[in-house]
Design a binder for this molecule. Structure first.
Ligand code: ADP
Length: 497
């Protein structure tokens, strides 16, 4: 019998990737292409949905071409995607009526203020598990309906559809047939009631969003439709937001297991099983992957800027040539020379939720060097992670013994060692750091019976464990310095826009 494969579509914030995974869970091929980041104004971030769609399909074709496979050898497709990013399109023409408003975009801060003034905080927290913030899709949809001429009327006539990127891709992959999303993506919209598992009427009414715009919601591991590739019809049967897919791909499938992903931002998720617990410490409650209608939940600490701060060192400050240089430069100096860098470029996420914070570098003296600034920037990823881990331990009453990590920046050995040191917890890096895409592949493969959930753990191999080596007193005094720096950058600007 011909070998069968799973295609994992990984639609990230900066690039579109497609991975070909064989039955042993090994990645056989990857195609990746970056796409345009559009910054129309400070604090605004957009993507072109049509560029995302064509880039994604080009990568799919490239993988099939390079691997010389027949489409019939693709047993199923899994999708994982940047979350919250909002697309509104015309149901008849298939054309987006505005660019996708990206999760990092904070143009809707004033809508958030209005929600708070309308005392929606408690409702948002208890029903959606989120906090009121421009990060989530709800305020972005309202902005599009308010600002694109004729949009609200069209929406009310049932002519517009909303989707996060997964819905946009599924709709296009099924040639406009299926308007669907999964629990994990729905739970990031600030419109989905994660207790009752329905779109929330109170919030739809507040935003003025007709329910005809919304996709139907399904479990992450279920059938989302079929895509015609050549002569074959391939099932799309795994869909999850990137962070929940990574939780699944790291085999964190039972309560008490946690992972931290270091990509553009940093996202720590703790599986809490079927228990919906609300944070008292600035974390979000979100949905985890499941294969049936029985909901699974997770606590999440979302840090907006992590690897993006390293990109800023490279492209903005231009003091490193590549992200990997930051490792070598950091080890070339003995410490950060009391420099702290708070990368609050887009405000601060968990556990602070301060849209008005801005980035800052503290502790500069005449002998501060580039190396110190680079080192302090890398260390900011680890400090932010400690902020979130602390909140997670307080909320869950669990003490984490080890942290499973993934994402592009975990290639950085200095960062990983400093992370273990500043947490006082060991950090476990898997051999395959593509856990997000693997999560999507596993969801699809499990749905068609190629794998069982046990295979996800069985396939996972550890590359390296970083054990804490730093003295406790130094760890605590460094962290106290970080907390002081965060305080100083909080509430820096008075108004957004
Ligand atoms: P995303 O999926 O969010 O696009 P990735 O998981 O692909 O992100 O990781 C890319 C991020 O990791 C970039 O922001 C980049 O700056 C950072 N990065 C990559 N390699 C390194 C490295 N060796 N050291 C520090 N940061 C790195």
């Amino acid at each position: 019998m011909e070998e069968q494969y799973i295609l994992a579509i990984d639609q990230g914030t900066t690039s579109c990737r497609v991975l070909l995974v064989d039955q042993q869970g090994t990645i056989q091929r990857v195609a990746q292409q970056e796409f345009k980041q559009i910054f129309p104004k400070p604090g605004w971030v957009e993507h072109d949905p049509e560029e995302i769609w064509t880039t994604q399909m080009n990568m799919l074709e490239l993988v099939l071409e390079e691997s010389q496979l027949e489409p019939r050898q693709i047993a199923a497709i899994g999708i994982t995607n940047q979350r919250e990013t909002t697309v509104v399109w015309d149901k008849h023409t298939g054309k987006p009526i505005y660019n996708a408003i990206v999760w990092q975009d904070i143009r809707t801060a004033d809508i958030c203020e209005d929600m708070k003034a309308n005392n929606l905080d408690d409702h948002v927290r208890s029903e959606t598990g989120l906090v009121i913030d421009a990060y989530f899709s709800g305020t972005k949809i309202k902005w599009i309906l308010d600002h694109v001429e004729g949009a609200r009327e069209k929406a009310e006539r049932g002519e517009l559809l909303f989707g996060t990127i997964d819905s946009w891709l599924i709709w296009n992959m099924t040639a406009g047939k299926n308007h669907l999303t999964d629990h994990t993506n729905a739970s990031r919209t600030m419109l989905y009631n994660i207790r009752k598992m329905v779109w929330d009427d109170t919030l739809l009414e507040y935003f003025g969003i007709p329910s005809s715009m919304l996709p139907a919601v399904q479990p992450s591991s279920s059938l989302f439709g079929e895509m015609q590739i050549g002569d074959s019809r391939i099932s799309i049967c795994g869909v999850a937001g990137d962070q929940q897919a990574a939780l699944f791909g790291q085999a964190c499938l039972v309560p008490g297991m946690a992972k931290n992903t270091y990509g553009t931002g940093c996202f720590m998720l703790l599986h809490t099983g079927d228990k919906l617990s609300h944070s008292k410490n600035g974390l979000l409650t979100t949905m985890a992957c499941s294969s049936n209608e029985k909901p699974q939940y997770a606590l999440e600490g979302s840090i907006f800027i992590a690897g993006a701060a390293i990109q800023w060192l490279r492209d903005g400050l231009q003091i490193i040539k590549s992200a990997a240089d930051s490792d070598e430069m950091s080890v070339s100096v003995k410490d950060a020379h009391d420099v702290y860098m708070v990368p609050a470029f887009a405000g601060l996420g968990a556990p602070y939720w301060d849209m008005y914070a801005r980035g800052a570098i503290f502790g500069l003296t005449r002998d501060t060097s580039r190396e110190h600034i680079v080192k302090a920037t890398l260390e900011s990823l680890a400090y932010q992670t400690r902020d979130v881990l602390k909140a997670m331990e307080q909320d869950s009453g669990l003490e984490l013994k080890n942290l499973k990590v993934d994402g592009g920046a975990v290639a950085n050995n200095y960062l990983m060692q400093f992370q273990a040191d500043i947490l006082g917890v060991s950090v476990e890096r898997p051999e395959v750091i593509e856990t997000t895409a693997m999560g999507a592949a596993y969801l699809a493969g499990i749905q068609i019976g190629m794998w069982t959930p046990e295979d996800v753990s069985a396939h996972r191999r550890i590359d390296k464990v970083f054990n804490p080596k730093m003295e406790r007193s130094l760890r605590e005094s460094l962290y106290t310095g970080w907390q002081k720096a965060v305080k100083r950058s909080s509430g820096w600007i008075d108004q957004i826009n």
